[in-house]
Ligand binder design. Structure first.
Ligand code: ATP
Ligand code: MG
Length: 393
């Protein structure tokens, strides 16, 4: 077993010695068996949160209502969740109540997919009550229990299905897929933030093109912001040259496929509840991509974009199969005399000291100098810029 599990043995042992059951559960078991990187491990126990806290003096009430306590042990932190069931999904999203239960089986039954419903004890024995092991072998995403019921309980699970398809490069089991098609219109009951998080995981997963096809075929795409009625444009996604791996590239590709005009990108990104920082970056990428498709961007445009945006835009062009001479572009960027405003040999103070009055004119002159320096027409030294100023006075 990898150290991430063995390091947690003392935590499970402590629970066991106090008379409680404790298991590793969820995604970490799945990823262990698939030999995928494991980022965090979850522990499920029969102990109540208060009992967990009694055993581990260093703990944080991360989700105490839902039975989750984060325990610190030997420099690592572990989420320990009391066995529970969820009931009364009145609004197709989160459960109204969680009920703590005394056995693992009940806890595993509430989990979304068979491959996510595996548990493991400290002997490395796998508890597989829903044939998750067989579905892992068959590379299938299959709902635990009746898929229609499970999607009515929590419609987000339909997005999680296509998300895991993409991340794991799995197929959707046929009854589960049929239920997604049938009940896709429950998705808008879920908050945009939660839909977005799953959408981004799908879009940056290893096989998002295949997952996206199912996202379209099942009409899940009709229930997410600004996608309704756009199936014909989105149908290009499964034909992309590459799967996006960066979130910024994903959004830029989607915006380009949907032919969203520049002045509506902000609106689109806000509809998806994206951050301003994400929106600004994506706007710059799409703008530079437009320049690349029309003609070659000028040195000043490359400067304005910056290296990060340039590389990201080249990534987008690759994904879309748009030919770009990326080496030449990067070489041109590298050869720019300055890469940031701060590298300009002069600033506003310098101009004022040289007799230019503060005001809008000063800003214009500074911009002009910057353009001349970037174009290689004026050397980036105070002397050369001084000469240039004398010349234009
Ligand atoms: P990741 O690698 O993305 O963290 P994960 O499988 O750990 O994948 P989480 O969203 O962290 O996914 O959830 C942890 C576990 O909780 C899942 O493996 C699953 O057993 C259960 N789970 C999470 N969300 C749901 C849900 N909406 N419905 C049912 N079970 C869920
Ligand atoms: Mg997880």
């Amino acid at each position: 077993l990898p150290p991430i599990f063995t390091a947690a043995f003392p935590v499970l042992d402590k629970l066991n010695e106090a008379g409680y059951e404790a298991y590793f559960v969820g995604g970490s078991i799945r990823d262990l068996l698939l030999k995928r990187p494991i980022h965090d491990i979850d522990i499920a126990t029969s102990a109540y949160p208060a009992e967990v806290k009694n055993l581990f003096p260093k703990s944080i009430d991360t989700g105490i209502k839902h039975g989750t306590v984060t325990v610190l042990n030997d420099g690592a932190s572990y989420e320990i969740t009391t066995f529970r069931t969820e009931s009364g999904y009145q609004d197709f999203r989160r459960p109204d109540h969680v009920t703590f239960v005394q056995n693992l089986a009940e806890d595993l039954k509430r989990r979304d997919f068979t491959i996510n419903a595996l548990a493991m004890n400290t002997k490395g024995e796998i508890i597989d009550l829903f044939n998750g092991l067989s579905d892992l072998k068959k590379r299938l995403i299959k709902a635990v229990g009746d898929p229609a019921t499970r999607f009515h309980e929590d419609a987000l699970r339909m997005m999680r299905a296509v998300r895991f398809m993409s991340q794991l490069d799995f197929k959707l089991e046929s009854k589960t897929k049929k239920a997604v098609s049938e009940f896709h219109d429950l998705l808008p009951k879920i908050s945009v933030e939660r839909i977005r998080d799953e959408f981004v995981k799908m879009g940056t997963g290893a096989n998002s093109r295949a997952a996206f096809q199912v996202f379209l075929d099942t009409e899940l795409s009709e229930g997410v912001p600004d996608f309704a009625g756009k199936k014909d444009l989105l149908a290009i996604y499964p034909q992309l040259k590459f799967n996006p791996s960066m979130e910024t590239s994903l959004w830029a590709v989607i915006i380009i496929l949907l032919k969203i005009p520049n002045n509506e990108i902000g609106h689109f990104m806000r509809d998806w509840k994206n951050s301003n920082a994400m929106t600004e970056k994506v706007k710059k990428i799409v703008a530079l991509f437009d320049l690349l498709s029309e003609k070659s961007p000028s040195d000043f445009e490359l400067f304005t974009a910056g290296k990060d945006i340039l590389l990201n835009t080249i990534d987008v062009a690759h994904i879309l199969g748009q030919p770009v001479n990326s080496e030449a572009l990067v070489d041109r960027y590298t050869a720019l005399p300055i890469k940031a405003d701060a590298e300009l040999a002069v600033d506003g103070q310098f101009l004022i000291a040289n007799g230019i009055k503060p005001g809008p004119k000063l800003g214009q002159i500074l911009l002009l100098i910057k353009q001349k320096v970037i174009a290689g027409e004026v050397e980036n030294t105070q002397e050369a810029i001084q000469d240039y100023l004398n010349q234009i006075e």
